[in-house]
Design a protein around this ligand. Structure first.
Ligand code: HEM
Length: 498
């Protein structure tokens, strides 16, 4: 009974506050020329039009009807959805600075140490310092190359695992994730993390909770929703688990640094040295460093792991592409006992395969949302301050005006095209573009290439009996990242001519 009364009070205050807020917002938006959009319902706005569907698919379908720029009311969130390369350019180039911030997110507040990270932190001088640090000191091409030993060890382990399963059907996903996580761990802390299973699980859970489409995310002014929905307590648990893991690593390292003057050359050492040097405009704390590591693990693990799984899935669905890729790898590495990272640059066709995989299966099909910090215009429409702007990278990557046979997997399309994912071709932005572009491209790609190259070199691959290439389920899971819903099951056999 007590619960009923509390619930009634909550619901009444929710409805009352909703109408007060709505009236305030309506008055404010009377003179603003917002983009068109689908009709809205009271309270929920347009939420029903995306509920139950994958948001990037739902937005793309709505864009076919309402246009490449739409205004949508997602609960209390006023959002602009951009679905064409031409208008993505206006976001990333013309208005990059005005749209350089990220909206408030409970997950960032709780898990990312008060949004003091790079991925979800608000734009400002502190953020600029941190983005520069992560780009120049942690993820530069030179720094990433310096971790080749770690990567080679981990890819070798992974290949050994596959060898041990030869002839039997195997789900690769967990081992791929473990391999990538180990690479991030070793590059960050110089060795495997003690509680790696917990780390993987927690990062995975975090990935599911950051979609931004939970009820509590859509009604941020009703803070109690995050409490009654359990989101706040889940995020707090995740934060506590991660903090405990990092705290132990930091403590051990600080003791080692005091007794041993030798630098360890991993990312933790780089960050502690920067912190202790004291030359920063905004001095950083241990918590700020931990926030950066959460970004490294959450941004760097699933994205790369799922790209490997989708690439293998597409290769199994397209046996001719598989054959051509194996031919390239086997001819390039013929007679070699060991494949090193410097050999990878010759694998042109494999690079096209990775590009085509990222085109059809961008790990973040809706790029991380931006928030408008200065009034600006896109396509002549007003974008008021605080509006959330979401670019549908998936819609851009399958836009038939830019891509022939857009929905088919055809790596050859890159043979005669200079289109690249470095942020200047707006039809292909799997890493985003502009000031908030992903700084982890080098780090991610090299692991993906190294793993795929060896998987294709050493093994032949078959689907389980009774499955055919066309029967592979291509459904994606719900969430911020487009992971394959049903893990790929394949049987490796050792390629015999070694
Ligand atoms: C296949 C691999 C990867 C893909 C497809 C990917 C994709 C993305 C995308 C789409 C964004 C948002 C860009 C935007 O808002 O415009 C992003 C941001 C970010 N990524 Fe990645 N990423 C990958 C690997 C990595 C790796 C390996 C790391 C680090 C080790 C990383 C760290 C980050 C960080 C810190 C941000 C935030 C950047 C900012 O807000 O300024 N990513 N990534």
């Amino acid at each position: 009974m007590d619960f009923d009364i509390t619930f009634l009070v909550l619901i009444s205050s929710l409805i009352l506050s909703f109408f007060v807020i709505l009236k305030r917002k309506r008055n404010a938006s009377k003179s603003i020329n917002l983009p068109p959009g689908p009709p809205k319902l009271p309270i929920i706005g347009n939420v029903h039009q995306i509920a139950g569907a994958l948001p990037h698919h739902a937005f793309r379908d709505l864009a076919k009807k309402y246009g490449p720029i739409m205004h949508m009311q997602l609960g209390q969130i006023s959002a602009i959805i951009v679905s064409s390369p031409k208008l993505a350019k206006e976001v990333f180039k013309t208005n990059d600075l005005a749209l350089a911030s990220r909206p408030y997110a409970l997950v960032a507040d709780i898990v990312l140490y008060g949004s003091s990270d790079v991925a979800l932190g608000p734009y400002g001088d502190y953020w600029r310092q941190m983005k520069k640090m992560i780009t120049v000191e942690l993820l530069s091409a030179k720094k990433v190359r310096s971790f080749s030993g770690f990567r080679e060890q981990e890819v070798d382990h992974f290949i050994e695992f596959i060898r041990s399963t030869c002839g039997k059907p195997v789900i690769l996903r967990n081992k791929v994730t473990e391999m990538i996580n180990n690479i991030v761990c070793k590059s960050s802390f110089g060795g495997n993390c003690k509680q790696q299973d917990v780390l993987i699980e927690v990062v995975d859970e975090l990935g599911r909770l950051v979609s931004g489409f939970y009820v509590a995310d859509l009604f941020p002014e009703f803070g109690f929703l995050s409490v009654i929905s359990g989101l706040k307590s889940k995020l707090t648990q995740i934060h506590n688990s991660l903090d405990k893991i990092f705290e132990e690593i930091f403590e051990e390292r600080k003791i080692r640094r005091q007794s041993n003057k030798e630098s360890e050359d991993d990312l933790l050492d780089v960050l502690l040295t920067i912190k202790e040097s004291g030359g920063l405009q905004f001095p950083i704390t241990d918590d700020n460093i931990k926030a950066v590591f959460v970004n490294m693990f959450s941004g760097g693990t699933d994205t790369s792991a799922m790209t490997i799984e989708w690439a293998m899935t597409e290769l199994m669905r397209n046996p001719k592409v598989m054959e051509k890729a194996q031919k390239e790898v086997r001819e390039t590495f013929k007679g070699k006992n060991k494949i090193t990272e410097s050999d990878l640059e010759h694998l042109v066709y494999l690079k096209y395969i990775i590009k085509e995989t990222l085109r059809l299966h961008p790990p973040l099909p809706l790029l991380l949302p931006r928030e408008c910090r200065e009034h600006c215009q896109i396509d002549g429409y007003d974008i008021p301050v605080k509006t959330k702007v979401i670019v549908n990278a998936f819609a851009c990557a399958v836009d038939p005006e830019y891509w022939d046979d857009a929905e088919s997997f055809k790596p050859e399309r890159f043979d005669s095209s200079s289109v690249d994912f470095m942020g200047t071709n707006f039809e292909f932005v799997p890493f985003g573009s502009g000031r908030r572009m992903c700084p982890g491209i080098n780090f991610g790609l090299i692991s993906i290439e190294a793993a795929l190259a060896q998987m294709l070199y050493y093994f032949n691959w078959q689907l389980p009996s009774k499955s055919s290439p066309t029967s592979i389920d291509m459904t994606e899971n719900d969430g911020a990242t487009a992971v394959k819903k049903i893990p790929l099951l394949v049987t490796p056999t050792l390629y015999s001519s070694f």
